[in-house]
Write a protein of this length. Structure first.
Length: 148
C-alpha cells in the first residue's frame, strides 16, 4: 500500500492539473497491474479511505447545518451562537476524540474557563467554544515552527 500512498501524496502535491492527471493515470495503471492478494489489499485500503472521507464529510455537513441554523442562546445577558458553542458530546464527535478527553482537557485547563459555560436551565448542560485546543507540548511545537 506504500506505493498507493506515495502516488496519492504526489497527486496531492502536484502543481498543475496536467501533472495531477498524469499521476492519476499512473496510479490507475499501477492498480490495474495488481492481482490476487495485492489487489484485495488495495481494494480494502481504498474502502477504508472511502469510509474515512465519508465520515469526515458527514461531520462537516453536520457542522454546516449548525452554522446555517445560526440559532443562539442568550444566557446571563450574553449571546452564544450554535456552531460557535457546542455541547461536550458534539465537540468530541466533531473533532473525533473521546468525550473523556474533553473532560480531561477541562480538568487540566487546556480548555480555559472563559470557553466553557453551563446552561443551568437545560439540565446543567456544559457548552464549550468550538475551536481547536492545544496542550502545552503542542503549543510549544507551534511556537517553534512560527519562530523558525
Amino acid at each position: 500500500m506504500k506505493a498507493i500512498i506515495d502516488y496519492q501524496k504526489m497527486i496531492k502535491e502536484a502543481k498543475s492539473k496536467a501533472e495531477k492527471e498524469a499521476l492519476n493515470e499512473a496510479l490507475d495503471a499501477f492498480y490495474n497491474s495488481l492481482h490476487g492478494e495485492e489487489r484485495e489489499q488495495a481494494e480494502a485500503f481504498f474502502q477504508r479511505q472511502k469510509k474515512d472521507v465519508k465520515r469526515s464529510l458527514d461531520l462537516l455537513k453536520e457542522q454546516i447545518e449548525l452554522l446555517k441554523a445560526r440559532g443562539k442562546i442568550t444566557y446571563e445577558g450574553k449571546d452564544y451562537y450554535f456552531g460557535e458553542w457546542v455541547t461536550l458530546a458534539d465537540y468530541a464527535r466533531f473533532h473525533e476524540i473521546s468525550i473523556k478527553v474533553v473532560y480531561n482537557w477541562i480538568e487540566r485547563g487546556i480548555i480555559p474557563q472563559e470557553n466553557i459555560f453551563v446552561l443551568d436551565t437545560v439540565n446543567h448542560t456544559k457548552m464549550i467554544k468550538n475551536i481547536t485546543y492545544l496542550n502545552k507540548k503542542q503549543k510549544k511545537k507551534l511556537e517553534d515552527l512560527v519562530m523558525a
